[in-house]
Design a protein around this ligand. Structure first.
Ligand code: ATP
Length: 235
C-alpha cells in the first residue's frame, strides 16, 4: 500500500541557526496511528509544521497523498486536520459556530450533516449551542479536534493532545483517538508520554535533537527496548 504521507531528507534550520530537523525520512501509512515520541525541544512541533506546510523546510520533500506540500499546498492541506498544542477558540462563540466557521476557512460548501456527525462522534452534540467559555478543559480539547475535522480531512495531527492534563482526561482523550481511528482517519500524534504511545500507537517514532532515531511497530519496540530503556531517549 502506498503511504499517505511520504517524507524524505527533511531538514529545518531556523533563522537563529538552530537545526531543528536533520535529514528525516519517514512514511506514514493510511489508517495508522503513528506516535512521535521525544523530549522537549526534540523537533516534534517543527516536524508537524513542516509536514502541514506551515513551516518552510530548509531541505527535503513532503508529499501528502501524492501532493507536494509546497507546490501542491492547497490540495495537500485540505487532506490535513491540525490540532495544535494551544487551544485556539473564541470563548464567546458557540460550539456549532466555531466548528462551522472552521470548515468555511477551507472554502468548502456548508455540510451541517457532517458537522453533526463530528460533534456526535466527539460527544459534543449536547453542547452544540454552548459558548466555548462554559466548557470544561476536556471538552475544549474535543472542540479543537472537531474544528480540525470540520473540512473532512483524511489525516489528523494531534500535537501533544494530553500535555498538562490529568490522568482521567488523558484516558478520555485516548478513547476519542481510538474511536477516530475506527472512522478511517490516519492519525499522527506527538507526545512526551511513553504510556500514550503504548496505549494508542500502531507505530512509534522517537525523535531527538532533530533526528528520527528509531521507527518501529509498537509491539516490537516494547519487546526490544521496554519502557525503562525508552525513557532514556526522552531525558
Ligand atoms: P516541545 O515538546 O517542548 O514542544 P518539540 O519537540 O515540539 O518541543 P520544537 O518546538 O519543534 O520541539 O523545537 C525544536 C527546536 O527548534 C528547539 O530547540 C526550539 O527552541 C527551536 N525552535 C522552534 N521554533 C523555533 C522558531 N520559530 N525559531 C527558532 N527556533 C525555534
Amino acid at each position: 500500500m502506498a503511504p499517505i504521507i511520504s517524507i524524505s531528507n527533511l531538514s529545518k534550520t531556523y533563522g537563529t541557526g538552530r537545526k531543528a530537523l536533520n535529514g528525516i525520512d519517514l512514511d506514514i501509512m493510511r489508517g495508522e496511528i503513528f506516535a512521535l515520541l521525544g523530549p522537549n525541544g526534540a523537533g516534534k512541533t517543527t516536524l508537524i509544521g513542516t509536514i502541514c506546510g506551515l513551516v518552510n523546510a530548509t531541505e527535503g520533500k513532503v508529499s501528502v497523498d501524492g501532493h507536494d506540500i509546497v507546490e501542491g499546498y492547497r490540495a495537500a492541506r485540505e487532506m490535513i486536520g491540525l490540532v495544535p498544542q494551544e487551544l485556539h477558540t473564541d470563548a464567546f462563540e458557540s460550539v456549532w459556530d466555531t466548528v462551522t466557521f472552521s470548515r468555511g476557512l477551507f472554502g468548502k460548501a456548508k455540510n451541517p450533516a457532517h458537522i453533526e456527525k463530528v460533534l456526535r462522534d466527539l460527544s459534543l452534540w449536547d453542547r452544540k449551542d454552548s459558548k466555548i467559555i462554559t466548557l470544561s478543559g476536556g471538552m475544549k480539547r474535543r472542540v479543537m479536534i472537531a474544528k480540525a475535522l470540520s473540512h473532512e480531512p483524511q489525516i489528523l495531527f494531534l500535537d501533544e493532545p494530553t500535555a498538562g492534563v490529568d490522568v482521567e482526561l488523558r484516558k478520555g482523550m485516548w478513547e476519542v483517538v481510538r474511536a477516530l481511528k475506527a472512522t478511517g482517519v490516519t492519525i499522527i500524534l506527538t507526545t512526551h508520554y511513553i504510556e500514550e504511545a503504548e496505549e494508542m500507537a500502531d507505530r512509534v517514532g522517537v525523535i531527538n535533537n532533530g533526528e528520527l532515531i528509531l521507527v518501529e511497530e509498537k509491539a516490537a519496540l516494547m519487546r526490544k527496548l521496554g519502557k525503562k530503556q525508552l525513557e532514556l531517549y526522552l531525558d
